[in-house]
Design a protein around this ligand. Structure first.
Ligand code: AGP
Length: 625
């Protein structure tokens, strides 16, 4: 997904821009560029392709500037060419505007038509270039830069995070946001703009999070925020907890492997201070605001995308058992458009690693709109609450929910989500404990779950210590072009997630089915050239799972099995068998089985030589529809 970095420091900004763009490579992009300003000149350099192309051009020309903006583009309007790369430039009588943009301008066609009739000429096929021209026209009409930006943005429909330079004002940079994140970094002698705080890590840990429809006017060391009515806005300055080494590989060959191996520590971080064994409960400060709603709670609606959706699906099996409430899970991209019915008494739950996924943010807003029942307003003074399970602190979703649980999984750099999935399932167990123990979940079961969670980090480590077992299997899996994952109950969504992980990093076509559904069609695929990965740890449905294994075996299917450690009977079906710790109950089996599947996907991808951390066509955070 596109990345923005900007800086005004009165000296030299190029290293900040290049460093920032490198830090955001993980988000996925296909072109990049920078614009630099100094008193007597402005320079714009951009290249299609990876950052190395731009870096080579910068090494050659060595541009300097006291203010500058940089952008990595994930193509939406117009192919990933140099001319479509940002920054986009528009001239006016006195100078020129350079601008970078994340988001989509929905009314760009009508705005562009108006500019064309004024004789403006366009170089690119992008929606973004329209904004540069509109601001240039406003400047030629005599408006101050800040006022020009403000009046232009009030005409715009769509989403944007912007960084803007004006060649006539070399010590100044303007930022603005609506529906796409933009952070202001504050230092004594410099002001930074970034769409992702990793881009300016190491330069400052003092961050201001802009709200939608706000504009920031930056000069060396000072900034002012206004809203679209030109009223000055005050914001709290947050101190970022992020450390530089957290976004480096620390000796691992890929971020994906680093993050898989970071899970024991991530689990300890998310559990820290949140479990009380003697009462079999959790304590989540982020739910305090919604606890008064519990007496009216009749159900839970979960919305999310991709891996976060599958984590929500795992959670639905576990939450229904813990709370005895109906839990519905929907793809955010479907939920936002299907005119959903959100009954009164429903707790909304939004799950997102980045907290910036456009579909999930839109679904959150739809959950709020449709859960705002007038009679609820009268009866208890409010509509249905919505909570968020989010990893990135201060993200858009985290700031729009009524409460929630930060995942504390640490920055997830690899495009494929791994430790966030684990944290998201755990967060739902914590939510389930807090709600369930205020309903009918017995203390003994609550204590059982608390113990299972406390045991989880060491159990994950035991699996990681045996990575070589799955690496050998992955070498064989990498040779298949079609793989089917099967699982039952809470392991069915793990099968779905395993299929997603394998396909998104190794490009192997993979699908998943509820194992009980095999006989209703998918078994037609079973045969020697289809590899079946079957999830069957020992639990209440184990015997049913074994009969599915028989069905696959009887039809000549090849199997890889994730079962329970020591279950030697599985060797009857395959030599490729790995297991999770026998003591793990159903509450934590999905997480442990999934660790094996994460490793399987990783090693299969390495074997197939794909771009493990930045798979083709993918972005880390899909902040556009
Ligand atoms: C997961 O491996 C994918 N990268 C993708 O499905 C991701 O989970 C999805 O885009 C949702 O992202 P979010 O959790 O940041 O909202």
């Amino acid at each position: 997904m596109c990345g923005i970095v900007g800086c005004v420091n009165g000296s030299s900004v190029l290293p900040v821009l290049v460093d920032g763009l490198k830090r955001m490579e993980y988000r996925g992009y296909d072109s990049a560029g920078v614009a630099l300003l100094r008193a007597d000149r402005s320079t714009v350099i951009k290249r299609a392709g990876k950052l190395v192309e731009l870096a080579a051009a910068l090494d050659e020309s060595k541009p300097t500037g006291a203010a500058g903006i940089g952008h990595s583009r994930w193509a939406t309007h117009g192919p990933p060419t140099e001319v479509n790369a940002h920054p986009h430039v528009a001239s006016w009588a006195g100078g020129s505007i350079a601008l970078v943009h994340n988001g989509i301008i929905e009314n760009y066609a009508e705005l562009k038509a108006g500019l064309l009739t004024q004789g403006r000429t366009f170089l690119s096929e992008t929606d973004t270039e329209v904004l540069a021209h509109l601001i240039a026209v406003a400047r030629s009409e005599g408006k101050d830069l800040l006022e020009a930006v403000r009046t232009v943005l009030t005409q715009v429909r769509g989403t944007f995070a912007l960084a803007i330079l004006d060649s006539t004002e070399p010590g100044r940079m303007i930022g603005a946001r609506r529906g796409s994140p933009l952070i202001v970094g504050v230092a004594n002698d410099a002001i930074y703009l970034a769409s992702d705080q990793t881009a300016i890590l190491g330069h400052t840990d003092q961050l201001v999070f802009l709200d939608d429809d706000e504009i920031v006017d930056c000069r060396s060391g000072t900034y002012t925020v206004i809203d679209f009515e030109a009223s000055v806005q005050r914001h709290e300055v947050h101190r970022s907890e992020l450390q530089l080494e957290e976004i480096q590989k620390s000796g691992f060959p890929h971020f994906l492997l680093k993050e898989i191996h970071a899970q024991p520590e991530a689990v300890r971080d998310i559990l820290r201070g949140r479990l009380i064994l003697e009462d079999g409960i959790s304590h989540l400060g982020g739910l305090d605001t919604i606890m008064p709603f519990l007496p009216w709670l009749d159900g839970i609606d979960t919305v999310a995308c991709g891996t976060s959706y599958y984590a929500g699906l795992v959670g639905s099996y576990l939450l229904e058992r813990m709370t005895e409430l109906p839990v519905h899970v929907a793809f955010a991209s479907e939920f936002r458009y299907r005119s959903p019915v959100v009954a009164k008494g429903t707790l909304g739950m939004v799950i997102s690693q980045s907290g910036e996924t456009a579909d999930t943010l839109a679904a959150l807003r739809e959950l709020k709109r449709r859960g705002n029942h007038p009679q609820e307003q009268r009866r208890r003074g409010g509509g249905n609450p919505v909570i968020g399970l989010v990893n990135v602190v201060g993200s858009s979703i985290a700031r729009e929910v009524d409460g929630g649980v930060y995942l504390h999984a640490g920055p997830e750099i690899s495009v494929a989500s791994t430790k966030a999935f684990t944290a998201q399932v755990i967060a739902q167990l914590l939510v389930g404990l807090q709600i369930g123990r205020n309903r009918r979940l017995p203390i003994t079961e609550g204590q059982h779950i608390v113990r299972a969670l406390h045991a989880l980090p060491d159990q994950i480590q035991r699996i990681l210590d045996r990575s070589a077992d799955i690496e050998a299997i992955a070498d064989r899996v990498a040779g298949y072009d079609h793989v089917m994952f099967l699982g039952r109950d809470a392991l069915y969504p793990v099968a779905l997630e395993g299929a997603l992980k394998l396909k998104e990093v190794s490009y192997i076509q993979a699908e998943a089915h509820a194992a009980g559904e095999m006989k209703h069609g998918p078994i037609a695929l079973t045969g020697p050239d289809l590899l079946t990965i079957y999830l069957c740890p020992k639990n209440d449905l184990y015997e049913k799972a074994r009969s599915n294994l028989q069905e696959v075996k009887a039809r000549g299917g090849t199997l890889v099995i994730v079962g329970t450690e020591g279950d030697t009977s599985l060797r009857e079906f395959s030599d490729d068998v790995v297991g999770i710790p026998a003591e793990a109950p159903i509450w934590t089996q999905p997480i442990l089985v999934n660790v094996w599947l994460q490793l399987l996907a990783y090693y299969a991808a390495v074997k197939r030589g794909t771009d493990v951390d930045q798979p083709r066509n993918l972005a880390k955070s899909v902040t556009v529809e």
